[in-house]
Ligand binder design. Structure first.
Ligand SMILES: Nc1ncnc2c1ncn2[C@@H]1O[C@H](COP(=O)(O)OP(=O)(O)OP(=O)(O)O)[C@@H](O)[C@H]1O
Length: 460
């Protein structure tokens, strides 16, 4: 008996289910339904376009591998989704106009493209400066990037070496430079390439018979703005490092812009040869710091608006206060909320956000956020966590609550209003609590000792 498209999709789901956590499965695969499969074209219904993008970013490998296994290698995937209107009653008024083929036959290969003289910059059109939210923590990196985008022959910032932890926005920013340069000069040979792809192209060029290594180097030496992501992936790759050394020298001598991103500073790229490291430091080295509260809040608002998702202010405050280390995690939370809201038809409340965050926060054990601070303070004073959030005015409870406010300002750098939202207290109350602890620390040794101990609990 022939299998229906639903049977086939169910088979995919059971493979995927065995390979990811139940939380991931519930958030990302349960909301998907198979619409049809005909002439190698599989159509899946997903909640929104943003959901599809996030799904691809996170699960492209497992999704592609599973689809190839069940439907064969010719499968093409299209998404269907509805545009959510601003009024929930008018939901599902318009079928998504754009279907995006998802499973691409392997990575696009710019080096191959060039041979066919069809030059593709490999830039993701959504990574623009316009979509890049700003705050104090990324001000310098953003200004330098905009300066390069305006004057791509600028010697001072060549190369630009941008580093920072995972998910803080490096790829977005370096691609924004490329996009802006292309907007100003559509013919510019701008190329974005992840270091890992550079490495695999190099290996393929060396292995080809006859060798295509000269072609590889010539291609890269013809680029005007070369953007290499995750340069740390070239560690332990002496062959590619050597080829890149020649490419770098040629481009730099000819005043072509080189932009590099890395997950650590040049000094920490221990396995990279000195001759490359010293070149990385010739221009501008700049760190993209962990997102501060203001940035996290703006990205949340932006993502919610893009998805037509109404998230109440207190929920935005709550998420921004608790997901602190990466923008990618924040985006994940918005998508999970969206999945719950759409699929389970649930309103987005603090309770829902708390249960979505429970999983996300488990993953980022080390990050300091409001819930973690409240937990540490309540443990320190031996008070139930619920009491901290209660209306109780008992002395020991209100003291502990004041300490939570103070610590949230001190460690999570949360604004007074956001702390107030998390504890359902007024701005003036939080302001007074923080101020009074600050004033008493120098003169109250017992309090000072408590603060030091709680500081240590939070940091470790
Ligand atoms: N300032 C920002 N404004 C809007 N979106 C942002 C910002 N920073 C990051 N993002 C978004 O967060 C997601 C992760 O960012 P990105 O991939 O650039 O991080 P990354 O630092 O390169 O991470 P990795 O090192 O893991 O590759 C992307 O979807 C990006 O668009």
């Amino acid at each position: 008996m022939n299998k229906t498209h639903i049977d086939m999709w169910d088979e995919c789901l059971s493979i995927i289910k065995d390979n990811i956590s139940p939380e991931q499965y519930d958030a990302w695969f349960k909301p998907i339904t198979s619409v049809s499969y005909k002439d190698h074209v599989l159509r899946l219904m997903v909640p929104t376009r943003f959901f599809a993008e996030q799904l691809e970013e996170r699960y492209m490998k497992i999704l592609a591998a599973t689809l190839f296994r069940i439907y064969g290698r010719d499968v093409q995937l299209y998404y269907d989704f509805f545009q959510i209107g601003s009024d929930p009653d008018t939901l599902i008024t318009q079928q998504a106009s754009k279907e995006s083929p998802a499973v691409k036959p392997g990575n696009r290969n710019p080096f191959q493209n060039n041979i066919v003289s069809d030059f593709d910059s490999q830039l993701n059109p959504k990574y623009t400066f316009e979509n890049y939210c700003g705050s104090n923590c990324n001000k310098i990196a953003r200004s330098i990037s905009e300066a390069i985008a305006t004057d791509s022959h600028c010697k001072t910032f060549n190369p630009l070496f941008l580093f920072g932890n995972t998910g803080v926005g490096k790829t977005h920013l370096i691609q924004a430079i490329g996009i802006r340069i292309k907007e100003r000069n559509p013919n510019a040979r701008v190329l974005y390439v992840p270091a890992r792809l550079l490495e695999s192209q190099y290996v393929a060029a060396v292995a080809a018979k006859p060798s295509r290594i000269n072609e590889f180097i010539n291609f890269y030496q013809s680029i005007e703005v070369l953007i290499i992501d995750d340069i740390q992936d070239l560690m332990h790759k002496p062959g590619t490092q050597n080829a890149f050394f020649h490419i770098f020298n040629h481009l730099h001598q000819n005043q072509r812009q080189i932009i590099l991103s890395s997950d650590c500073a040049p000094a920490d790229l221990k396995e990279m040869p000195e001759r490359l490291l010293s070149r990385f430091k010739w221009g501008m080295t700049c760190q993209l710091e962990a997102p501060d509260y203001e940035l996290r809040r703006s990205v949340l608002e932006q993502r919610a608006a893009q998805d037509g998702l109404k998230i109440p202010t207190e929920v935005l405050d709550y998420i921004a206060a608790n997901i602190t280390s990466s923008i990618r995690e924040l985006e994940g939370v918005v998508v999970s909320l969206l999945a719950y809201a759409t699929v389970l038809n649930r309103e987005i409340t603090i309770d829902l956000a708390q249960s979505v965050l429970a999983n996300a926060v488990k993953v980022q054990k080390k990050s300091i956020n409001f819930d973690m601070i409240a937990q540490r303070v309540s443990e320190f004073y031996g008070i139930e966590l619920d009491q901290i959030f209660s209306k109780s005015r008992k002395r020991e409870i209100s003291d502990a609550r004041q300490m939570v406010m103070f610590m949230a300002k001190r460690h999570a750098k949360m604004p007074i209003t956001a702390i107030g939202t998390c504890l359902s207290r007024k701005h003036a109350t939080v302001h007074h609590a923080c101020h009074s602890i600050e004033e008493r620390i120098p003169i109250d040794s017992a309090l000072r000792e408590d603060v030091e101990k709680i500081d240590a609990l939070i940091r470790n």
